[in-house]
Write a protein that binds this ligand. Structure first.
Ligand SMILES: [Fe+2]
Length: 328
């Protein structure tokens, strides 16, 4: 880990600041609401796995006072194949849940499109609970739901995809953003439908950010920390927010609350991304910087952009999707 105690920074060019709650796993309280009042992000994104199918966290998220978008994860079905537990939370979250649909947050001015709800990663594995709630669908239909929602988004706004598990194509080592670490051999545990949707969206418009969780940062068997950020050759950032547990106490006895944190400028360009651990009153105790935009950028238009060479083209989600999937 490479944390450093610092003050409370925000890029002076930032016009949009997003807090992201990684897999909550029951660790959300009224203290988090108070913390958001101190921090005043423009919106909150929640990547799912709120609990084991209980309603308490969804009820608390109803009380969040800033714009919120959420997608539920595999644990949220609570091992209830009927899907009823999942449905109860969906009802409580209402418009805040954006699985397979567009949620435009105005203010602050951002388009959030949810990926497939309830995913456990691994390519395309669909639980009985999800099928009970949503009915039958295949990989291509799921990808198309994501793509079509993204195409309906206002091209003037930054576009963010919100998923429980990230896309395939981000690497096959255990420490990669979606790498399987709990079983040998390590492999890419990302989702194919999301990768296919990203590939299709990137052909038609700028995609600023894909944010997800599910693959916890701490690797099993004490093998260290997972990589949690990547920028692809098309200027799309990928952020794994799954710091679990997200509440803790440091060596000084201070309570810590984790949020991933991203900031955009007026052109919809990602300025900064980090993991941050705050005290209950908003003090920033630790930060892990993931990305900082260069000071003199060559801004890309939101709706179309030249495609620079990929930095790691063999591990690009779009390239992986194109290689792995049959043509529609
Ligand atoms: Fe999960």
């Amino acid at each position: 880990m490479f944390f450093c105690p610092i003050g409370v920074p925000s890029d002076p060019r930032a016009v949009l600041r997003l807090a992201i709650a990684g897999d909550i796993h029951d660790q959300w309280t009224h203290q988090d609401h108070e913390l958001l009042r101190w921090l005043r992000p423009d919106a909150l994104l929640v990547v799912g796995d709120l609990s084991e199918g209980r309603q308490r966290i969804a009820a608390l998220l109803q009380q969040v006072e800033i714009p919120l978008a959420c997608v539920l994860g595999n644990h949220d079905s609570g091992k209830d194949p009927s899907g009823r537990r999942l449905e109860q939370q969906l009802e409580m979250l209402g418009e805040r849940h954006c699985g397979w649909r567009l949620r435009e947050l105005r203010p602050p001015g951002i388009s959030v499109v949810g990926a497939r709800p309830g995913t456990a990663g691994g390519g395309f594995r669909v639980s009985q609970a999800v099928r009970s709630v949503y009915g039958p669908f295949n990989l291509h239909e799921s990808a198309e739901r994501i793509r079509s929602a993204a195409m309906a988004a206002d091209p003037a706004l930054p576009l963010v995809l919100l998923a429980h598990c990230g896309p395939t194509g981000l690497g096959s080592e255990a420490a990669d953003l979606c790498g399987r670490d709990w079983k040998l051999p390590a492999r890419d545990w990302g989702d194919l439908d999301l990768a296919l949707a990203i590939h299709q969206i990137q052909q038609q418009r700028r995609l600023a950010l894909v944010v997800f969780g599910h693959m916890h940062h701490a690797l099993r068997r004490g093998r260290g920390e997972r990589r949690s950020f990547r920028m692809d050759g098309r200027g799309t950032a990928y952020l794994n927010a799954a710091c679990v547990p997200r509440h803790g106490i440091d060596q000084h006895g201070r309570t810590l609350h984790h949020f991933s944190w991203v900031e955009f400028d007026a052109a919809g360009r990602l300025l900064a991304a980090s993991h941050r651990w705050f005290g209950s009153s908003g003090e920033l105790h630790y930060e892990q910087t993931l990305w900082t935009a260069p000071p003199d950028p060559d801004p890309l238009p939101l709706s179309a952009s030249p495609v620079p060479p990929s930095d790691r083209g063999d591990r690009d989600p779009a390239a992986a999707a194109a290689a792995l999937l049959p043509r529609c």
